[in-house]
Design a protein around this ligand. Structure first.
Ligand code: HT7
Ligand code: ZN
Length: 844
């Protein structure tokens, strides 16, 4: 397969002045008529006329009204064209019904819908399908569907047709079309400058009562973007559509966002608190793309982090403002460590701005998105809040309507702050998680912190230069008072010392506050000092972090030395859980143990081969000991943290329910699952019902409730995804592959729906000891399923291959079994480019 390189970028030979599209909808024979005005691009090195096109049946083509006969290839067409502006017209036929890849125009439950990012538009018609080619689009949809939508503002509409015009030039990846029997949840929004905007959430009949929360989230996002970034919405209409079959979470098509129904539909009875929080964040994320992605887009796909890193950063700021900033920061650090660190430290490592790819869909990664957002957070911390917003104003002013690069982005900050950011760019170009080690000394009132940074080699990058690392530090005195408030140290060298003078006693340092950089910090320190920070640190992130470090140390000692659960840590947890002065959401996070996979990685980092069964046993022993130690107070704590009154998905109630859920999990270990059974019976919202069922299943006392849950919810697709996932997630390790395998034969399992596939296979890959069963049955089942899915949906198959990226962590036997499966997948005849690239990189 061809590899594409950043260094080979050249502009397209033509500019597109306008695009007119007509769709004649038919499930198996949709006709797409295009009329495109091209003009020679004076900035391009050549005038080679190549239009992308895949799986299209070309019916006719004309230039300036004259029939032409282009040369067709698997990937597009070429044609001789005039040396001056001209009109290209083509008619193609496509088959949406047969499109199971969910890219281009496809059908989901009888509804037409599109997904064009990254390179799906070429499956709709012939076009220069690259983000630096921007144009206005006018669209006419002809069909019998009740609702027919496209981008921009609505135009003429009548029996059997509907017209749309998008006045904002856009790349083809932002094109969208939806047509089907949909109903809407309408609302309106008045922008700061007084523009009245029509808002709609379009859903399948029956889902209308699950739109209100999403609509509120949309209006909050619109207000927030005006207040914080000064960005207003720019069309008369903003449409959101919910679709059941969707490869990712949602898509920011101009004026017509399309959402995986799991990321927009919400009701107290069917959605958990986590669902509500995620929906609010994704609605915000897609809305924020209107400025960071759509008005200013990417020059090429290597620049993906330009829009994704910035938009993830913006949605995290939004969530922090709407909910709790410390809780959001802790959640993001947990997520980064769980998904991005393994990527950055394994065979799939790549820079935040990659330099080569075969299939761009494989680079919608935690590194591009989440590390990309961390890089922006570091930039903001380095230049300060005020300079950050000044730079953003300049970015919007200078680049509105353009397709930009990371160089453009950095230049805006250099110009507006006067700083030289050349070294900072290493964060974009060099892969791998920096390791930062710290040593300290104290003499004559001066406290010195000495940091060393190294980044291990990653595929294709042996050498790493030092990065600019903002390290937020505070110092506490032995009484727990803060003697030096949070200060951002700017580390630029491989080794660097920072001095704090005039201290009357050796302080206790709180380092990397608020997780100020995405690095792995190591510091030889005592359990006493960690317990001290867990009790006294004024920085909530580091307070939680101290507990996390204690938990990891205890777990590692249990696995490697057969130690008992650390008594000091157990004591600290017991006083924290009872501390009503602390935010319940924070207490829930302190009570949530590190994942078994995180412990496996921590062991591997210390050169110890992780044994998944031993790690699982240690986790169980720890939780059991904690439950027993707390046994006297658990029933009281459980009652005291119960949320009374009607369900509200706000941060306060959700935090309390999270804490209550952690306590129920512990209580279930000592009360014969009585409280969980009662909670299941009386549950009036999905959060408590789901928590109760999880506790019951984990205790292997939930068969009847699982059946009841199934009967209650079998007609609700999104709740059934939870039911599938819960059974795999809670299964004892030795049962997990068998449970997952049986579920793949359940009448409601379908490999064609990515949500359902992920519910089962994603849950298996996250049941650490279950997936890594020594007999290899977890690996075998995943490979079987991936081989079956690949011809239908390469994108989701390739994404799921990441479950195998950590193979080098494990013992020789497991490694061999994983390798056998990877090779089996790779040997499949006609394997997709997506999956082939992922498997090859993992194997390398
Ligand atoms: N920009 C979008 C990324 C995307 C996508 C979405 C749905 C289906 C396939 C997709 N490929 C790429 C989503 C986002 O980041 O907002
Ligand atoms: Zn995005």
């Amino acid at each position: 397969p061809e590899t594409f390189y950043l260094k080979d970028y050249a502009p397209f030979g033509f500019v597109v002045e306008s695009v007119e599209l007509t769709f004649r909808l038919a499930p198996e024979t949709t006709r797409v008529l295009s009329k495109i005005r091209f003009a020679p691009n004076p900035d391009a090195p050549d005038r080679h006329f190549f239009l992308h096109g895949e799986k299209l049946k070309l019916i006719s083509s004309r230039i300036n009204g004259e029939a032409v006969t282009p040369v067709l290839t698997d990937t597009g067409l070429t044609c001789d064209v005039p040396d001056q502006p001209f009109t290209w017209e083509a008619e193609v036929e496509i088959n949406p019904q047969a499109n199971t890849a969910l890219e281009g125009l496809y059908m989901s439950n009888g509804m037409y819908c599109t997904q064009c990012e990254a390179e799906g538009f070429r499956k709709i018609t012939y076009y220069p399908d690259r983000p630096d080619v921007m144009s206005t689009f006018s669209v006419r949809i002809e069909g019998e569907e009740k609702v027919m939508l496209s981008n921009g503002n609505p135009g003429d509409r009548g029996a059997g047709y509907s017209e749309w015009h998008d006045p904002w030039p856009k790349p083809a990846y932002l094109f969208a079309l939806v047509a089907g029997d949909l109903v809407n949840h309408p609302d309106r929004f008045s922008t700061g400058s007084g523009k009245d905007v029509e808002l709609n959430i379009w859903v399948r009949p029956g889902d209308e009562d699950k739109c209100a929360f999403g609509m509120e989230a949309l209006k909050k996002s619109m207000t927030w973007d005006e207040e914080v970034y000064g960005r207003e919405y720019d069309l008369d209409v903003f449409n959101i559509v919910a679709v059941d079959d969707f490869n990712m979470g949602a898509m920011e098509n101009k004026g017509l966002n399309i959402f995986n129904s799991s990321c927009v539909l919400a009701s107290p009875e069917t959605s958990t608190d986590a669902n509500f929080e995620r929906i609010e964040a994704i609605i915000a994320h897609e809305y924020f793309h209107n400025w960071t992605g759509n008005r200013i887009t990417c020059r090429d796909w290597f620049q993906l982090c330009l829009k994704e890193g910035l938009t993830v950063y913006r949605d995290a700021q939004f969530t922090a403002d709407m909910r709790s900033a410390p809780v959001k920061r802790i959640e993001d650090a947990i997520d980064l460590r769980a998904r991005q660190f393994p990527e950055d430290n394994g065979p799939l490592a790549h820079p935040v701005r990659p330099e080569a790819f075969q299939e761009i869909n494989n680079f919608y990664t935690a590194t591009v998105y989440e590390k990309g957002a961390e890089v922006i957070g570091m930039l903001k911390r380095l230049v300060g809040d005020e300079a950050y917003y000044t730079a953003l104003d300049l970015y919007f002013e200078r680049h509105d309507g353009q397709a930009c690069t990371i160089e453009d982005w950095i230049k805006v900050f250099e110009d507006s702050t006067g700083r030289d950011l050349a070294q900072f760019k290493n964060w974009y170009s060099q892969a791998g998680t920096p390791r930062v080690s710290v040593q300290d000394s104290y003499e004559g009132g001066t406290y010195t912190l000495t940091f060393r940074q190294t980044t291990p080699p990653t595929p294709g990058q042996d050498h790493k230069d030092p990065k600019v690392i903002p390290i937020a530090v505070g110092l506490l005195n032995p009484n727990g008072d803060e003697v030096v408030p949070t200060t951002v140290l700017e580390m630029t060298k491989a080794e660097q010392s920072f001095r704090f003078e005039g201290l009357s006693a050796r302080p206790i340092p709180s380092i990397l506050r608020d997780f100020s950089a995405p690095v792995i910090l190591t510091r030889e320190t005592s359990a006493e000092e960690r317990a001290f920070l867990l009790a006294h640190d004024t920085d909530p992130f580091n307070r939680w972090e101290a507990g996390r470090e204690l938990a990891k140390a205890s777990r590692i000692a249990m696995v490697t030395e057969g130690a008992s659960p650390d008594a000091q840590y157990l004591d600290a947890l017991q006083s924290l859980v009872r501390d009503d002065a602390l935010d319940p959401a924070f207490r829930a996070l302190v009570l949530s143990p590190p994942s078994e996979s995180e412990i496996a990685q921590a062991l591997a980092d210390q050169g110890v081969t992780p044994d998944p069964d031993a790690i699982h046993d240690a986790a169980e022993t720890f939780a059991q000991t904690l439950a027993q130690n707390l046994s006297d107070s658990l029933p009281r704590l459980f009652a005291a943290t119960k949320v009374e009154g009607p369900y509200k998905p706000d941060a306060r109630d959700a935090g309390l329910r999270a804490l209550n859920g952690r306590i129920l999990a512990l209580l279930t270990r000592i009360d014969g699952a009585e409280a969980a059974a009662k909670q299941f019976e009386t549950a009036d919202n999905m959060t408590v019902q789901n928590t109760a069922l999880a506790c019951l299943l984990k205790a292997e006392k939930g068969e009847a409730q699982s059946q009841a849950f199934y009967e209650q919810w079998q007609d609700d697709r999104l709740v059934m995804d939870k039911w599938f996932a819960l059974q795999v997630a809670t299964a004892r390790p030795e049962r997990a592959p068998g449970v997952a395998e049986a579920l793949t034969r359940h009448p409601l399992f379908t490999i064609k729906n990515p949500n359902r596939f992920r519910a089962v296979m994603g849950a298996l890959s996250m049941n650490h000891a279950g997936f890594h069963q020594a007999d290899g049955s977890g690996y075998r089942l995943l490979a079987d399923q991936l081989i079956a899915l690949d011809p239908l949906n390469p994108q989701t198959t390739a994404r799921m291959c990441t479950a195998l990226q950590t193979w080098k962590r494990y013992d020789a036997d497991r490694q061999e079994k994983i390798l056998t499966e990877l090779k089996r997948i790779k040997a499949v005849d006609g394997l997709s480019r997506d999956t082939n690239e992922m498997v090859s990189r993992i194997l390398d």
